[in-house]
Design a protein around this ligand. Sequence first.
Ligand code: ME8
Length: 520
Amino acid sequence: MSKQTRYVTTPIYYVNDRPHIGHVYTTTLCDVYSRAMRSLGHDVFFLTGVDEHGQKVEQSALEKGMEPQALADLNSEEFRSIMEMFDLTNDAFIRTTDKEHTMQVRAFVSTLLERGDIYLGTFEGWYDEGQEEYHTETSARDLEYTSPISGKPLVKATEKNYYFKLSAYQERLEKFFETHPDFVQPPSRKNEVLGRLREGLQDVPISRTNFSWGIPMPSDSEHVIYVWIDALFNYITALGLGDKTNDWHEKRHQYWPATFHIIGKEILWFHAVIWPAVLMALELPLPRCVYAHSFWISEGRKMSKSLGNFIDLETIESYLEEYGMDAWRYYLTTQGPLGATDADFTAEKFKETYNAHLVNTVGNSTSRVTAMINKYYDGIVPSELNDGERVVLLGFDWPEKCKHAVQNWEEAMEAFSIAKAVECGMALIREVDLFINDTAPFKLAKDESKQMELGAILYQCLETLRIATMLLSPVIPNKTREFQEAIQAETCSGNLQEQAQWGGIKPGAKVTKVALFPRV
Ligand code: ME8
């Protein structure tokens, strides 16, 4: 297979807040995708990081009696530390205070000024302080002059600002959406964007003067660059696209355009409309897909600190202690809000999912099969052949089933349908269980004349589990590695399609018993 590049990004997170389930969720999705793409041999660049400028950070710092930079340093470290804590394999971690970033943002803004895509004008409208987002009179009225995110009133704003000529891109954007129907996922989110786009685009302010914690506008240091413009640029500054002499450019420029920008639904407009228009203005290629997932709510309600249902790092740690990291990753990626509806995080559902999927399916099947091979064959893998021919029982064509599962898994992963991809591995495991029940190897073991069948059944079960766990390894990397080591199988190393071919386990290999997921 030819090696291709894959570039996947998370939003960069505001450092005025502490990390919580939402940040961990989006980053875990990107991690699963990255691991899957690496296992297929692709050249992956997985970027995450932090958004450090803007009024909110300046205010938080002020309240704490700190310099904004000191607060940003402190909180950025906390975000960086969650990457290790959750086994997240990001290739880089960008901070918008990195000088490589700020220099390139100024260079991009200068180019846009020179081309007339940014100009000085007067803004009259409404401002959402929490989101640092501007609304026109019409959209503010639709929102009843209240922030849809924080519920706080929008603030009337009139100021001299630099503007980005978004209105000039109306037609080009419409055309782009027509010719790239999969640009925004899932489809219902695309329809929201198209609806708003049809109302007509207005130019957007991209600078502020009422605070100073930001990147100064080139040649007008009274203005700082609006935090959203600063932040969106991270996706290309991290690749050094704005400075050919930059080390980042040399090593990373080949990853653009992004394969997936993964974001939450509340920031779709910036990513699906403003960002593409900025890229058009800079004559850069557009990303392949912006995937906007929905939100985690908790115990049936919007997460909130005052309701006590907020899933912060401390709450997450209690789950990790009780269930382990892989169980956490599994729950997030298979039960999470990747589609168009919000997902409810409940302690009950977590436990149910853990028991049904991990204990009773993955855990049970792997332990049953390794235990039987130990009991009946002293842990030595038997053969599935009779006179060189595979013994087929009850019509189960395992090589064919596995081949299909691998193909479907790859397709689902490529489309970022993570839960669907996981299901490809889980379905195989459930079939192994059925097969064991139907063929009843524990009965055959008592019959001298059925030894050939018994060997074939156990070989086929073990080999299918080997392939199925490869498909699960991006989500539950630690437990699948433990299993692969116990059956002396190669761990996945960038050539999954070959490694997942039937026959990887050789008769005669030594297998030890496993117990991957203890009952909680
Ligand atoms: O918006 N459920 O940063 P942010 C699922 N700095 N995901 C959630 C979530 C929830 N309840 N809450 C948050 C910003 N998220 C800007 C982005 S990008 C150029 C600039 C996730 O710290 C989700 O991915 O508010 C959401 O988009 C992101 O955290 C917002 O993080």
